[in-house]
Design a protein around this ligand. Structure first.
Ligand SMILES: C[S@@+](CC[C@H](N)C(=O)[O-])C[C@H]1O[C@@H](n2cnc3c(N)ncnc32)[C@H](O)[C@@H]1O
Length: 255
C-alpha cells in the first residue's frame, strides 16, 4: 500500500488517547458539580461516543466510526469478564490478519452479494479466453461463483489481508475449479494489462490512483468495473443498478 495511506490506525488511536485525556481531566470537575462519582460505564460510553464523533469529523468512513464507538465499552466488558491476558493480543492479531487493509489503506472487508455477482456475470463479454481480476478479492466468493458459471474464462483474485487470502486460496482449492487462482499480491503491484475485465469493491480512498493505473495499463476495449465507489472527475460510460437490498451500483468504464 502506498505510503501516504499508512496513517489511519495511528490517527484513530490518537483520537482515543486525546478523548481519554480530556475525560480524565474533566471527571473531577463533573463529579464536583453533580456531587457524586461518575460511574465507569458512563465514562466509557462517553469515551466511545466522543471518539466516534471526532473520528467522523476527521472524515473517516462509517466502519472506523463504529469501531471507535464500540472499542471502549468492549474493552471494559473484556476486563469485567476477567479474561486471561493472552486473549487480547490474540484477538488483536486475528483482527489485523482479517482487516489488514483497513489498517493500512482504509479499505474494509465487506463482500459482493449474490445478486451483484449475478449482475457481474451478465456484464462479462463473451470473448474466448476472457481473463478477469477481482482486485482485493476478500474471501473469493465472487470469483468462485463466476468461475463456475464461465468455465472457459480465467479468474484471478488479488488479496493482501492474510486471513481472507488464506481462506480464499483454500476454498478455491477445495472447489477444484481449474480456471480460478488467488494470489497474495498488492493490487498496485500487479500489471493490469493482462486482464480483459477488472472488478473492484474497495473504498473511495484508492480509487483515483487505481483508476489512473488501470487507464495506463489496461488494453483498449477492456472493462474496469467498480462496485459502488466513484472516481472523482471520471464519469463511467455506463452504470448498472442492481436490484439488491443496498441498491448496489456497478460503475463501468470501457478503456
Ligand atoms: C470490500 S472487500 C471486497 C472483497 C471482494 N472483492 C468482494 O467483492 O467480495 C475489499 C478487499 O480488498 C482488499 N484490499 C484492499 N487493498 C488491497 C491492496 N492494496 N492489495 C490487495 N488487496 C487489497 C481488502 O483486504 C479486502 O479484502
Amino acid at each position: 500500500m502506498r505510503k501516504k495511506d499508512r496513517s489511519p490506525v495511528f490517527a484513530a488511536l490518537a483520537i482515543q488517547a486525546v478523548v481519554f485525556g480530556g475525560l480524565y481531566l474533566l471527571r473531577p470537575l463533573v463529579e464536583e458539580a453533580i456531587g457524586r462519582p461518575v460511574p465507569l460505564l458512563w465514562l466509557v460510553l462517553a469515551q466511545g461516543l466522543i471518539a466516534g464523533i471526532a473520528t467522523r469529523g476527521f472524515g473517516f468512513s462509517a466502519p472506523w466510526v463504529i469501531g471507535q464507538v464500540i472499542a471502549p465499552p468492549l474493552l471494559l466488558l473484556a476486563l469485567a469478564l476477567d479474561l486471561p491476558s493472552w486473549i487480547f493480543p490474540v484477538i488483536l492479531i486475528l483482527l489485523l490478519l482479517v482487516f489488514w487493509n483497513v489498517a493500512v489503506g482504509r479499505v474494509p472487508l465487506f463482500l459482493t452479494n449474490r445478486t451483484t455477482s449475478a449482475a457481474l456475470l451478465k456484464l462479462l463479454p463473451q470473448k474466448k479466453g476472457l481473463h478477469m481480476a477481482d482486485l482485493g478479492s476478500g474471501l473469493g466468493g465472487t470469483l468462485r461463483h463466476l468461475a463456475k458459471e464461465r468455465p472457459a474464462a480465467q479468474f484471478t483474485g488479488l488479496e493482501t489481508a492474510p486471513l481472507p487470502f488464506a481462506l480464499s486460496w483454500m476454498l478455491g482449492r477445495l472447489n477444484g475449479a481449474k480456471n480460478l487462482d488467488f494470489r497474495f499480491r498488492d493490487i498496485f503491484k500487479e500489471d493490469l494489462g493482462k486482464f480483459d475485465v477488472v472488478y473492484c469493491f474497495l473504498s473511495p480512498v484508492p480509487m483515483p490512483a487505481l483508476f489512473e493505473k488501470a487507464k495506463a495499463e489496461m488494453k483498449p476495449g477492456s472493462l474496469f468495473i467498480s462496485n459502488s465507489f466513484e472516481v472523482p472527475g471520471r464519469k463511467p460510460q455506463r452504470t448498472v443498478k442492481v436490484d439488491d437490498r443496498r441498491q448496489t451500483k456497478l460503475l463501468i468504464w470501457k478503456m
